[in-house]
Design a protein around this ligand. Sequence first.
Ligand code: HEM
Length: 543
Amino acid sequence: MDALLEPLSNPTVAITVALLVIYSIYSRLMATTAMPAGVPWIGKDSSKIFAETRATFASFNNVREWLGEGYEKYSKKGKTYIFPDFSGKPEVIIPRSQVQWLLDQPDNILSTSECHYDALEGDYAFTHPHLLGDPYHEHVIHKYLPRRVGQMVPGMFEEVADSFDETWGVDTEKWRDIGVFDNLMVMIPRAVNRMLVGLPLCRNQDYLTNMAKFAMDVIAASTVFLRFTPQFLKPIVGRIVTIPNHYHYSKTAKYTLPLIKERLANFKRRQEDPNFEWEEPNDYISWQIALASSENRQDELTPDMISRRLMPLNFAAIHTTTLTITNCLFDIISCDPSLGYLEGIREEATRILVEDGGQWTKAGLARFHRTDSAIRESMRVSNFMTRGIMRKVMPDEGIENKAEGWRAPKGTFVGLDVHNVQHDPEIYPDPETYDAFRFSRPKEEGDHTVNGDVKDGAEMLKLKNTGLITTSDTFFPFGHGRHACPGRFFVSLELKMLLAYMVMNYEIEPLATRPPNKWFGQNNLPPMKATIRVRRREGTTKA
Ligand code: HEM
């Protein structure tokens, strides 16, 4: 620390740093952002000096209250308002009635990727601006993951089962304390990387640890360091604060580069020699090579670029999934045991596995209605992202919303308060209660046959639309529209197996009260340090 501060003993350096700090504070205080004229703000008292800056800072601790106020005052009445986000970039919050208008806009008018680029400091945080500037990895995932995920089920199950056996144990006598979030941060990256890089790398702890550290580096760079750095200083500060990002990337590249080089060589050899016998692994690396080759994207066929693409994918996949399933576990085990949620999931899993001869398959998992509902309901009630379907306005002239008569300038962020939509009693009766089988109950009541032989097609479609992977204008944890998360097809299978394996193989001590979530800035985070007590069920271990 002393070494870091030593340069400040030089008066020239000290004065320069002091001037920069003063300038940063001054520019922050005087900040005003071009916003649609005539659209009301929440939390801003225009009669006060530095009104926008005060609202921006105050928003950090008032997100829940202000979103609630905005929802009642404006969103519910079909009106747009402006939310002064702590990032210093106020957001235009549209009502639910304008969601279709937003989704109908092409990407060159309202852009998802530009929004991610700004919010995640794409110039610096991912080691190369090209990664988020041209998100080819998203294109690959959209094209391949939904079609290929079914074949991955046995591999995913292997990762889930092994992770449980290793970390929750196989001792049927002793109870064990499990720190839920930390434990899931071990299980989830392993399953995700089975899909991205396959065996054996998905089990390499050094690789996984550096991947997780990289994700934390991105969060630190984008939400702390660069968020408050004036634009003109970013080229310097951006390079300095992302040194850990480059370091952790290089630690992962030590493993991924040789693997990718070998894979590229095998693809080439197969192309040149039709007799070359080689079973192409079904993972992201193969998908990118296959797609980039067919689209002649030579820039996406270098080992370096493929290896770097794994970073934003791990970033998109690991924390989102871990936060989701952490919430879900606490939601389920904090419910009154007499509601029978754990038993209900256990009965469903056991029954379907027997029907399917003990095989875990995509078709079988599609019949796990209760498990599916338990996860979806948790994503509804304990959503960690409070705003969603955020887009950036691209045209120089801004974008006009004719229905409401406002124009948002270029660069504005436009999105929806998903938290209050998902907690609206007119949409979800008793919205604050975690009702695990909220979505499966109607399916089971309307369909008494085990194999789903339902007569009324329209009714069935309505019921199907309440499955975990279905986004809608009342369920946004995976976004909605053409940029809805393509990873959800993987997540739904992975998390259903995880929950099912857990309840089939472990006893879990119920919690009398749900350890509370914490609103931190714009996120609603699950308890990170809370623990549960578990014990292996009798008769579930191999002799
Ligand atoms: C529970 C876990 C996850 C949640 C809650 C989640 C949520 C989201 C959300 C909200 C979006 C933005 C949609 C929008 O802007 O409208 C998104 C985009 C995306 N997610 Fe996920 N995600 C999860 C897991 C994953 C996984 C496992 C992957 C796999 C690699 C993944 C890959 C992506 C990609 C590539 C995009 C960008 C799609 C696009 O812009 O076209 N996600 N995700």
